[in-house]
Design a protein around this ligand. Structure first.
Ligand SMILES: [Zn+2]
Ligand SMILES: [Zn+2]
Length: 57
């Protein structure tokens, strides 16, 4: 039996457009982020550094 598991989802950072694989995402408090910067809420002013994404606030 194969469960239809969701393996990809959008980064939990609201301003981030990145899609992350759950298996290699950075998980924090039940949410998945594409990068450390997103997981920290861009507290250091850094973006996720993914091309075309302007999520750094
Ligand atoms: Zn991003
Ligand atoms: Zn992100």
């Amino acid at each position: 039996m194969t469960a239809a598991t969701v393996t990809q989802m959008k980064c939990a950072c609201p301003s981030c457009l990145c899609i992350v694989n759950v298996s290699d995402a950075i998980s924090k408090e039940g949410k998945y982020y594409c990068s450390d910067a997103c997981a920290k809420g861009h507290s250091e002013g850094a973006g996720c550094s993914h091309a075309g994404c302007g999520c750094h606030a």
